[in-house]
Design a protein around this ligand. Structure first.
Ligand code: G3H
Ligand code: ZN
Length: 284
């Protein structure tokens, strides 16, 4: 099963009321782990590269081509997504490289400006089989709208979707980015109201802070694309730490990256079960 358009994975999950895991890729081994985990779970998966990761590498193309190549050789459907892009040029580059979706993040901009730029991104993606995710702005702070006390208003969500034509919407329902404890409490009634009001698949950012049972409830209440990064890095790094502590003389990077990649893959498979995404696709 080759690289697939993000829309096909998200739409099936939205209609089937299950979650689609969207896991961040910073290094090649992330992409390998996420796909191995998805194959183990027999689930589709989204590999996402954030603007942050692009800045860290200094360019998009090398990591993007690696993620696309891993997707193309996967045995389950895999989509590749650009995450948290604030630069329209980066969005264009990702589309040209063959990404199936982009998130334009204008959440730090005033409403009017976010609206205008999001519309431009939607217009640029039109007719190119690219699924566009956006985010409502207006709230400041380190996490923007993804701070524990911040909530998306259903009526604003409806207006934003109508006025921009986006395919998916990131909403604030109680998560916060980069949490290293899984203690977030979600507003499940709000999720249900937003699903109804927005009329497009909803995206949960900062899902690392959400405990397993709450992730399942969030999906049942109406969340579709579930973004997880920090939690998987935590699992990976713990493994590296353990291996190096047990074998301080190790030099070959594969000897500690390899076990960490396997542990991350197993956690991806487990999370896909939590999201009720497992056993949904046939292996090729
Ligand atoms: O867009 C990426 C996600 O929102 C990941 O957030 O690192 O808190 O899981 P997280
Ligand atoms: Zn995010």
């Amino acid at each position: 099963m080759p690289l697939v358009p993000t829309a096909s994975l998200v739409q099936a999950a939205h209609e089937g009321r299950y979650g689609v895991g969207a896991f961040n890729v910073v290094h090649l081994e992330h992409a390998e782990a996420h796909v191995t985990g998805a194959e183990e779970a027999r689930a589709g998966v989204i590999l996402q590269i954030s603007e942050n990761a692009v800045r860290w590498h200094g360019r998009l193309a090398p990591l993007a081509r690696a993620a696309l190549a891993v997707a193309e050789t996967a045995r389950v459907p895999v989509a590749v997504h650009l995450d948290h892009a604030t630069e329209p040029d980066l969005v264009d580059e990702a589309i040209a490289l063959g990404f199936g979706s982009v998130m334009y993040d204008g959440s730090k901009l005033p409403w009017e400006q976010n609206l205008a730029t999001t519309r431009e991104v939607v217009a640029g993606a039109a007719g190119r089989e690219v699924w566009v995710e956006a985010e409502l702005g207006e709230v400041g702070g380190k996490d923007g709208v993804h701070a524990p006390g911040v909530r998306t208003d259903p009526d604003e969500a409806r207006r934003f979707v109508e006025m921009t034509g986006v395919d998916g919407l990131a909403v604030a329902v109680g998560t916060s980015h980069a949490m290293t404890t899984r203690t977030a409490e979600l507003d499940l009634d709000l999720i249900a109201a937003l699903r109804k009001a927005a009329g497009v698949p909803l995206v949960l950012h900062g899902s690392s802070g959400v405990p397993d049972e709450e992730l399942t409830r969030a999906v049942e209440a109406g969340m579709t694309k579930i973004n997880i990064a920090t939690h998987l890095n935590k699992v990976f790094t713990a493994s590296v730490r353990d291996t190096l502590a047990a074998q301080p003389d190790l030099v070959d990077t594969r000897k500690y990256v390899g076990p960490a990649r396997q542990v991350m893959a197993s956690e991806v498979a487990r999370l896909l079960e939590v999201l009720q995404a497992a056993e949904r696709v046939a292996m090729t």
